[in-house]
Design a protein around this ligand. Sequence first.
Ligand code: 6PG
Length: 241
Amino acid sequence: MHKRIEVLATREEIVRRSPEIILSKMEAAIQSRNRFTIALAGGGTPKPVYEALAKQDLPLDQIHIFWGDERYVPPDHPDSNQKMARSAWLDRVNFPESNIHPMPTGSGNPQVDAEKHDRQIREFFGVAPGEFPRFDMILLGMGDDAHTASLFPFTDALQVCDRLVTVGNKDGEPRITFTIPLINQADCVVFLVAGASKRSALAEVFAPTGDANAYPSRFIQPQGELWWLLDAAAGEEIQKS
Ligand code: 6PG
């Protein structure tokens, strides 16, 4: 794993910097594999990044969009991560619908939807059960409790190692989430973290000791590159260390 931490002055700097990294990975992936697979994050920090991507001239036919997690709501619900990315980016550029691979949330049973999406991803990448596909890039946010995707502290989802997608649990509410081994298989994982409320969780994620189940982001140790793009408010402690 190649780890890069950038502490940028402001949240706006994260918005400026992220597309540079995304575009350079996109170019390399398209050059070598003719396509770029990216999983998006929910939350407030990535939204302006998607708005910035909407202003770029990108090879949309070669980009495939997935999500690292989804709230268990219909796609047009205000809390839907899919809806957020569509309105901030995909709908603005008429993104080809066949290249958008949302997490299903419509069966009424989160477990059924998680299994369905597991199969959909396997089919897309052509990987057999037991194997993990490699996304070119996975974008992640981090909550004040150090959760990432919908991998919350001390929840069952943290233990799942034989599936790509599982059911997360936010205070009793189900969500659909990528599993830790799927995220860790990625070529490049980029955390986007801003705001002073993330400071103490970040210090714990970067600490060498303690129970990682309390700070799920610590489990993210991908095969390829791991980027932490932090604003100064979030990264103050990290900057000092
Ligand atoms: C979600 C996210 C979640 C998010 C963090 C950070 O669906 O809510 O995937 O993991 O990234 O909670 O959110 P902010 O960027 O809003 O701080």
